[in-house]
Design a protein around this ligand. Structure first.
Ligand code: FE
Ligand code: FE
Ligand code: FE
Ligand code: ZN
Length: 219
C-alpha cells in the first residue's frame, strides 16, 4: 500500500473545501432570505460574492499543484448547513431569527477558518508559495466574514432577541419593574454602552428608543 504523504493529505482537504464552498454558495442566498435585518441580509450576500471568488482561488490552488479541481463531499459542512436550516425554521417569524442565523453563519466560518488555517500551513511546508498566498487570501476573507457577523450580533441582533423576550414577560401581566439587566440576573457585556446610546433596531426595521428597551413608555 502506498504511504500517504502530506501532499496527499493537502489535496484531500482541498477537495473537501472545494465541495464545502459549493454548498455554501447554495446556502447563503437562503440565509439572506431568512434574515429580517437588512444589514445581515447584505452581509450574507456580500459573502456569497466573496465565496464565488474563493471557488476560483481554489481552482488556482489545484492548478499550482498540477491538478484539476475535484470535490469530495464535506460531511461537516453538510451537517452545519442542515443545522442552519433547522435553526432558521425554528426561529422563523421570531425576534430571535437574526441572532439564530448569525450563530449558524459563524459556525460555518469557524469551520472554514480551521480548515484554511491547516491548508495554509501545509502549502507552506510543501514549498508552494502561490498556493499559500491564495489560501491566506481566503483565510482572511473567512476571518473578516466571521468578525462582521459577530459585530452585527453585538450591534443589534442579540439585543433584538433579548428585548422581545422581556416584552413577552410583561404581556403576561408578570411585568417586573426592575431594569432588564437586573431581571435577567446578569449584565450582558457592553449592554450599558448600547443602552446609553439609546437606540436599537427591531426585526421589522423600526427604530426603538432606550425608553422602550428599558420597558418605559415614550414620553
Ligand atoms: Fe468560504
Ligand atoms: Fe470538511
Ligand atoms: Fe465563509
Ligand atoms: Zn423587542
Amino acid at each position: 500500500m502506498k504511504m500517504k504523504t502530506l501532499k496527499d493529505l493537502f489535496l484531500d482537504e482541498l477537495k473537501d473545501m472545494y465541495d464545502a464552498e459549493h454548498r455554501i454558495i447554495k446556502a447563503l442566498p437562503k440565509l439572506a432570505k431568512a434574515a429580517t435585518c437588512p444589514k445581515l441580509k447584505a452581509a450574507f450576500l456580500a459573502h456569497l460574492e466573496e465565496t464565488k471568488g474563493q471557488v476560483t482561488k481554489l481552482e488556482k490552488v489545484f492548478q499550482s499543484f498540477g491538478e484539476t479541481a475535484k470535490a469530495k463531499k464535506c460531511e461537516a459542512t453538510v451537517g452545519l448547513l442542515k443545522e442552519g436550516d433547522e435553526i432558521a425554521a425554528d426561529n422563523k417569524g421570531e425576534p430571535t431569527i437574526n441572532a439564530a442565523l448569525i450563530s449558524a453563519g459563524q459556525k460555518v466560518e469557524h469551520y472554514e477558518i480551521a480548515s484554511y488555517g491547516c491548508l495554509h500551513e501545509w502549502a507552506g511546508l510543501l514549498g508552494n508559495k502561490e498556493a499559500a498566498t491564495l489560501i491566506e487570501e481566503i483565510l482572511d476573507e473567512e476571518k473578516a466574514a466571521n468578525k462582521k457577523l459577530m459585530e452585527l450580533a453585538r450591534a443589534s441582533s442579540n439585543e433584538e432577541a433579548l428585548c422581545c423576550c422581556d416584552e413577552k414577560q410583561s404581556q403576561n401581566g408578570t411585568a417586573d419593574k426592575r431594569p432588564i439587566n437586573l431581571r435577567r440576573g446578569m449584565r450582558p457585556v457592553n449592554s450599558g454602552r448600547r443602552r446609553a446610546e439609546g437606540f436599537g433596531v427591531k426585526n421589522n426595521g423600526s427604530a426603538i428608543t432606550a425608553r422602550q428597551v428599558a420597558g418605559l413608555p415614550n414620553n
